[in-house]
Each structure stands twice: as C-alpha cells, then as structure tokens.
Design a protein around this ligand. Structure first.
Ligand code: BMA
Length: 300
C-alpha cells in the first residue's frame, strides 16, 4: 500500500459541529478500546480556538460532541498563556494516562501547554512546558534512558528547527538538543515542525513532520516522515526525500489558509496500518491511509 487519501474526504467540516464555529481542523488522534477519538481544534467565530472531541467506531464516520473539551477559559491560573486560543493538540499515551501537548496562544506568543487525562472527560492542566515562541510539541510514548522525552519547535533568530529535550517528571525540562532543520532550496526549505507523535517501530521512532516553502503570496505546507534512533532519539536515521502528502485537491487548496495539508494526529492499528488525520487549508478534517512499513521504506 502506498498512501491513499480517502475518496470521500473531508470526513468532518464545520457543518458537523452542533454549534456555530468558523472551522474544525488539526485534530490529535487516539484509539481507546474500539473507539476512535479525535481531539479537534475548533476556531470559534471570534477567531479563537478551543478543542472538542469527535468519536467513531470505524475511524471514518465521526460524531462531534455537543460541547468543547478544553477552552481557554478552562485554564484558570494559566489563562494568560491561552487567551487567544488553544490549538493543534498531540495526544500520547504514557502508562495508563493520556497526555496532550498543544499550543497556547496569547500576546505572549505561542508556547507549549501540557494537560493529562485518564478518560477524556476531565483534564488536569499541567501548564506551560516551554517558553515562547515554541509549538508543534509531541511526547515520546515511553521513557528512554530513564527520562521522558519531548520534541518541539522553537523559533530561533529568523529560522525554525525541531529540537528535542528530556524530563524526569514531565514538568521540568532540559538536556536540549538540536534535532533537524531543512536544507535550503527544496519543498521544506522555509520551515519545518514535528507533526504526529512518534511511534516505536523495529527500526526506530517514526513520526510525521511538516515542511513549508513560500511561493509568491502562498506558503505550501506538505508532510514528510522521519526516523530517529531508539536509544539516542536526537539522531536522525533517515527521512523521506519527498513529501508523502501535499495539497492537490480543492479541499486542500481552498479555505482559510490556502495550499495547506497539516497533521498532528495518527492512529497506528495492530496490523501496522496507519490512519493519518490531516486538515486541508486549515478548514476541515481529512483521512489518508498507509502502513508503517511503507513509511519506513521511504525513510531509508
Ligand atoms: C502552522 C500552525 C497550524 C496551521 C499551519 C498552516 O503554523 O499554526 O495550526 O495549520 O500553520 O496554516
């Protein structure tokens, strides 16, 4: 199998949300038992985002909850860091708990927020786990060499790169290391960032990332895959030479931000198939299907 966009995309649009929103997009994804869950970003009519759950039995037909799961107002003591919205969640299961890393947006610039949940009904908001400007953070699913690990994407002086860091308790972070920045003059030349949370494979930690190139008045957002060493996760073992997903179709080209495919959630099934939930043009939610083995073969 190569990579197949589902033929009835998009699988969710704002018409599926039971109240008025501007858009639904960029979901984190998780399978709990037999239930597929997307933690979707909804941009409210005022232009600020909250997160809401959509549920499915088959990974394709989703029903959106009646009310949001996490809003800026839920953040109480951390409200100052999320006043302008909570965005782009990545879900990782570590032990018995689910951890959500997401962007908190405010006049303080974007930064990485962390929350934990056991059931997606109630959330404990741990708070910011980076300084600004930083986004696109994802946790690794298990400790490596005795530490929790996180990748994120700080904004450096005039450029952006993916970095990796570690923590004994998910709260105090350090050991910062550079992970990856694009070469110039290619599809990902202007910006990269982590996309889906890493999964463990026999060959290394596999994750999807996004690459951006500006052309004329538009940025083109495309998706690639990368493989990291299992014991030394700051070492890139391989990556796709070309994007695996790019905006081609009308629902990916036309919307609030044109020419964007963006993902922050995928589900790896027991048989090694992968459901990639991605958004077209920051406006909807779509599905693409592939396998871990195929992605690994592209990273060599
Ligand atoms: C990134 C994030 C995403 C968005 C993408 C394309 O910087 O803000 O939320 O999908 O840009 O606009």
């Amino acid at each position: 199998m190569e990579i197949k966009k589902y033929n009835a995309n998009p699988i969710l649009t704002k018409a599926d949300v039971p109240f008025r929103v501007n858009s639904i997009f960029n979901p984190g994804a998780v399978k709990v038992g037999n239930q597929y869950m997307l933690l979707c970003r909804i941009e409210m009519p005022n232009g600020r985002s909250s997160l809401i759950i959509a549920r499915s039995k088959d990974g394709i037909n989703f029903k959106v909850d009646d009310k949001p799961a996490l809003t800026p107002e839920d953040h109480k003591e951390f409200y100052d860091y999320v006043v302008w919205g909570v965005e782009d969640p990545r879900i990782q299961k570590i032990g018995d708990k689910f951890y959500v890393t997401y962007t908190g947006y405010s006049k303080n610039d974007p930064l990485v927020m962390l929350a934990e949940t056991e059931d997606f009904n109630s959330y404990k908001i741990i708070g910011p786990v980076s300084e600004p400007s930083n986004k696109d953070a994802a946790l690794f699913p298990e400790k490596i060499n005795g530490y929790y690990w996180k990748m994120d994407r700080p904004t450096l002086e005039g450029h952006q790169a993916i970095w990796i860091n570690k923590s004994p308790d998910l709260i105090h972070w350090g050991g910062y290391k550079f992970l990856y920045e694009s070469e110039k003059g290619c599809w990902e030349a202007d910006k990269v960032g982590g996309s889906t949370p890493p999964v463990k494979t026999k060959e290394g930690w596999l994750f999807l990332y996004h690459g951006v190139r500006g052309f004329g008045i538009s940025n083109l957002y495309k998706i690639g895959a990368m493989l990291l060493d299992l014991n030394e996760p700051w070492k890139v073992l391989g990556k796709t030479k070309e994007p695996i997903l790019q905006p081609d179709l009308d629902y990916e080209r036309i919307g609030d931000v044109q020419n964007v495919v963006f993902t922050n959630g995928w589900i790896i099934e027991d048989d090694g198939s992968a459901k990639i939930y991605y958004s077209g043009a920051d406006t909807n939610i779509c599905l693409a299907e592939t396998t871990v083995d195929y992605l690994l073969s592209l990273c060599k």
